[in-house]
Ligand binder design. Structure first.
Ligand code: FE2
Length: 501
């Protein structure tokens, strides 16, 4: 490896918070394989308490041992080191909980939709109320606007049932609640304030719940401000143990473009048998799989041309066979996506044993999409991300190249799939897509593009894909980012990113 070996060693040990004494020089490490040396240091130091600093004398002792074993270090020896891989995560107990949402179906009928939207409205109103105590002129409901005189300052909460641009170039929205509906106008004015408000109004999407402040001008409200439900600043408590959570999604097993060799390398890496950063591999206690485990069958016209496995059960069998290689101390939480062979309407139920077979290991958890998990104290909201399509289409400035922006818009709206009809939903009495509990990490897949960001203290992660660029993506101009792995290091509240491409 080119470069400064001291720097390389320091970098390799930094994730494990092991420092290297300042008197260690380049010359001390000349001709030494830093990967092998780092593995030896990790073996020796990981179990130690307190400040971990590799002193020059300790280093010389270890170098002597390494040299005695063989000089230079041959490949077989490196392999032997890896076989001796010891994982910190194997020595600690799993600590997780899964928040199960009530998802009692009421059937697809008018009553079902009425109760679904009423539930959404009530819960979003509570969220807006709890977040924005200081909003001026808040009226109880839309019906109460009838008693408000023209010119009065009012704030109303409603669900957007329509949004149009009027012939004068203004934006008009219609909001409703269980008591009625009202029209709100956003003027296309020339002042800086009017322009800023108009830009915000362009971001309003159908079926979302928001609060608008404005002046009564019956039968309209002339808007002055928009208030989205939004999230408060999130402060995550530190996790004591040095555990890692890995995020993957969109494997698309069964597709000719599934990058099987790379995925196999990821599994080998988890076992300390591939690549570097084995210190990080050894920390991984949890893996969240964000859907599109397989490519599916008949998901789009002529899909069979793109498949290497034409049988859905065989696609899932390959997945289950592959994850057999994942160490059994790692807990996997698997949600489905729109390519999986399960009900498409969201929330989606967990993959069934009819599809994946009997699960013999208790470290594999099949869960609904979306799911809310707490992993070693870290709250993770996992959603496949199908609604990203309609959000990217509807809000100016968003793109598939930057899914972070779209994920932030969903957090601001406190809803995973606000646009009804953008993707199919189950009209259950409780809207399971409302984000009522703010997570530490919001993770999605679907768009096959990695991103990592933060909004109000919530980490935003798109876990990308393990499928190469498809013909469809070439036509659409989408450039995926396959085989990039993100691992959250809970103790340090940071992400590490590894490339298996
Ligand atoms: Fe996908």
């Amino acid at each position: 490896m080119p470069g400064d070996p001291v720097r390389e060693l320091v970098d390799r040990l930094s994730a494990a918070s092991i420092l290297v004494s300042a008197d260690v020089t380049k010359d001390d490490l000349s001709g030494i394989d830093t990967e092998t040396l780092a593995a030896r240091i990790l073996e020796e130091y990981l179990g130690r308490d307190g400040l971990k600093i590799v002193s020059k004398s300790d280093l010389e002792r270890m170098l002597e041992t390494l040299k005695a074993e063989k000089t230079p270090v041959p490949a077989e020896h490196i392999q032997a080191q890896r076989t001796g891989f010891s994982a910190y995560a194997s020595e600690i107990d799993a600590d997780y909980s899964i928040r199960v949402s009530e998802n009692e179906r009421s059937g697809v009928n008018l009553d079902g939709f009425v109760s679904y939207f009423r539930n959404r409205m009530e819960r979003m109103r509570d969220i807006i109320g709890s977040q924005r105590m200081g909003i001026s002129g808040m009226v109880q409901n839309i019906e109460a606007l009838r008693n408000c005189a023209n010119g009065r300052d009012v704030t109303v909460v409603g669900m957007v049932s329509n949004k149009i641009v009027t012939k004068n170039g203004n934006i008009m929205i219609v909001v409703d609640d269980e008591t009625g509906e009202y029209k709100i106008i956003f003027m296309n004015g020339s002042s800086q304030k009017a322009k800023a408000l108009f830009e915000k109004a362009r971001r309003i999407v159908n079926d979302e719940v928001l609060a608008v402040n404005g002046r009564m001008s019956s039968p309209f409200i002339i808007a002055n401000e928009i208030v989205w439900p939004d999230i408060p600043i999130n402060n995550r408590e530190k996790t004591e143990e040095d555990v890692g959570i890995a995020f993957i999604s969109d494997l698309h097993i069964g597709s000719k473009k599934f990058m099987e060799k790379n995925f196999t390398n990821f599994i080998k890496w988890l076992n300390g048998e591939h690549g570097d950063r084995h210190d990080l591999a050894g920390k991984i206690k949890y893996i969240v799989v964000g859907g599109d485990v397989v490519d599916g069958i008949g998901v789009y016209p002529n899909q069979d041309r793109d498949l290497s496995i034409l049988d859905i059960y065989a696609q899932y069998k390959l997945f289950m066979d592959m994850i057999e290689g994942i160490p059994d101390y790692i807990h996997m939480f698997i949600i489905p996506g729109n390519h999986d062979a399960i009900q498409r309407a969201e929330p989606q139920p967990a993959l069934t044993k009819e599809l994946v077979g009997e699960i013999k290991r208790d470290n594999v958890h099949m869960l609904p999409n979306p799911s809310f998990l707490t992993l070693h104290g870290v709250d993770v909201l996992a959603y496949h991300g199908t609604s990203l399509d309609s959000i990217i289409r509807s809000i100016p400035g968003l793109s598939y190249a930057d899914p972070e922006g779209a994920m932030v818009e969903l957090l601001k709206r406190r809803h995973l799939s606000p646009i009804y009809g953008g993707n199919i939903i189950v009209p259950s009495p409780k809207d399971s897509m409302v984000i009522d509990k703010v997570p530490d990490i919001l993770t999605m897949g679907h768009v096959h593009k990695n991103c990592l960001g933060n909004y109000h203290g919530v980490d935003i992660l798109n876990s990308g894909t393990w499928q190469a660029r498809t013909d469809f993506q070439i036509v659409q101009g989408h450039v995926p980012s396959p085989c990039i792995l993100s691992v959250y290091e809970a103790r340090y509240n940071r992400f590490a990113t590894l490339n298996f491409a």
